[in-house]
Design a protein around this ligand. Structure first.
Ligand code: PLP
Length: 454
């Protein structure tokens, strides 16, 4: 299906800049916000949205902005995808909440069935539903600890797992996520990541996936003791860390090590999951079968829902009443997830992700040939990034990224920066964006580079 057939009908699929961005109405709202909302919550582009769909965000001043962010990989199935809207609306009219821990309902069970079927591996699985990505990661760790009777959790450089106390401990970056918010949960150990663009050995050759995995295994054996490790938790493609795709062989070697040592291997697919990479889950790219998998973001077309799905014997090592939460698997979010999953499976979104990824990669590779500041182009499917460096070195260039983001915002293109060094542009458009909008956005990015480097 094309963009216009999936949710774009109501909103003309064109970029339109009719005021400054943010315009007067957005600025007025921003001043109310400043007086009412805690400063700790930031916004990348304070243009207040009134409608969205296809590949467009419409703001309060009537500007139409090309969306290359999907609300951080959430509206993958399109903003207000008709299937999501219909399912959620029908559910809202039937009942809004019972609490699954008080009175159950079918849609929760259906979402669990869908996740058990769609996640990698054909072993028997079970699922628990929660509200946020961080909550899913917390629960995966709880389950892994209960199952193994061990404490230690291994995470990686550049990792992002959330903003709760345990997930802050698991997240790598101090600013803005951790600094001043400790003390953090204990028994979290950070291992070196495979980061092909920056990962050279003493002789200057790229560290292979197998060697990068050996480095992790040595660290675990020497610094923790593998018999103390409950879980290895890793994003198969790191999101906030800068869309780092580990070298081939890294993930399979870690899965094998985990299996041999009774360690629960947890894939945090909160950002990379749900069709984003052109496969339903990023783990599929190297054929790995995680023991547990955490999902959220793209799962329910914009409604808050998350899940832990995994091997029955691990999931069921936790007895009745020991997992849950008041809103976990809220009926409206479950209905929305069933609508989104229907769209992922039946509306060609996986193919769209591959196609979008090809366009973005092609445009970025052309920019790289023209501007040596584009140090690395990487990603899978519609999860693509460019890492910016100083000319003739791999020193990070966050200043250039900021200039591009600002130029894009002024010209009606929303693009998100990311990465440990703040020097990565990440592209996560809704899978309902048209080729025309995508190419127009990249014309503006190209213009931004030309003006910044002129
Ligand atoms: C966003 C994210 C989280 C946290 O999800 P929230 O819903 O914001 O709590 C966890 N892991 C990864 C990989 C993420 O990208």
């Amino acid at each position: 299906m094309t963009a216009l057939e999936i949710g774009g009908e109501a909103l003309p699929q064109e970029r339109k800049v009719v005021t400054e961005i943010p315009g007067p109405k957005s600025r007025e709202l921003e001043s109310r916000r400043t007086a009412a909302v805690a400063t700790g919550v930031g916004s990348s582009l304070p243009a207040y949205v009134v409608a969205a769909g296809g590949g467009i965000l419409k703001d309060a001043d009537g500007n139409q902005i090309i969306d290359l962010g999907s609300g951080i990989a959430v509206t993958t199935a399109g903003n207000s995808n008709p299937k999501v809207v219909k399912a959620a609306t029908e559910q809202l009219e039937a009942f809004t909440h019972t609490c699954f821990m008080v009175n159950p309902y079918e849609s929760y069970v259906e979402v669990a069935e869908a996740l058990n079927r769609l996640t990698p591996g054909d072993h028997e699985k079970r699922t628990v539903l929660l509200n946020s990505g961080a909550e899913a990661v917390e629960n995966a760790v709880k389950i892994a600890r209960a199952h193994t009777g061990r404490d230690a959790v291994v995470v990686f450089d550049h990792a992002y797992h959330g903003r709760t106390n345990l997930t802050m401990a698991m997240t790598a970056k101090a600013h803005p996520y951790k600094a001043g918010f400790g003390p953090f949960a204990g028994e979290v150990y950070r291992a070196p990541m495979s980061y092909p663009f920056r990962d050279n050995d003493a002789a200057g050759t790229k560290v292979s996936g197998e060697d990068a995995a050996k480095r992790v295994i040595t660290m675990i054996e020497k610094q923790i003791g593998s018999e103390h490790v409950a879980a290895i938790v890793i994003e198969p493609i790191q999101g906030e860390g800068g869309f780092i795709v580990p070298a081939e062989g890294f993930l399979p070697a870690l899965v094998e090590f985990a299996r041999e040592n009774g360690i629960v291997f947890v894939a945090d697919e909160v950002q990379a999951g749900f069709a984003r990479t052109g496969k339903m889950f990023a783990s599929e790219w190297e054929g790995i079968v995680p023991d547990l998998i955490t999902t959220a973001k793209g799962i329910a077309g914009g409604l808050p829902l998350s899940a832990v799905t995994g091997r029955k014997e691990i999931m069921d090592s936790v007895g009745p009443g020991r997992l849950g939460g008041t809103y976990g698997g809220n009926p409206t979010a479950c209905a929305a997830a069933l609508g989104a999953i229907d769209a992922f499976e039946n509306d060609g979104l996986l193919e769209n992700a591959t196609h979008i990824g090809e366009i973005i990669t092609d445009r970025l590779v052309k920019l790289q040939a023209k501007f040596p500041e584009v140090g690395d182009v990487r990603g899978r499917g519609a999860m693509v990034a460019a890492e910016f460096v100083q000319r003739d070195s791999i020193e990070p260039n966050p200043e250039l990224v900021k200039k591009i983001v600002d130029h894009c915002a002024k010209n009606g293109v929303l693009v998100l920066s990311t990465g440990t060094f703040g020097n990565v542009l990440r592209f996560l458009p809704p899978l309902t964006i048209s080729d025309e909008l995508l190419n127009e956005a990249f014309d503006i990015i190209e213009e931004a580079l030309e003006s910044a480097l002129a």
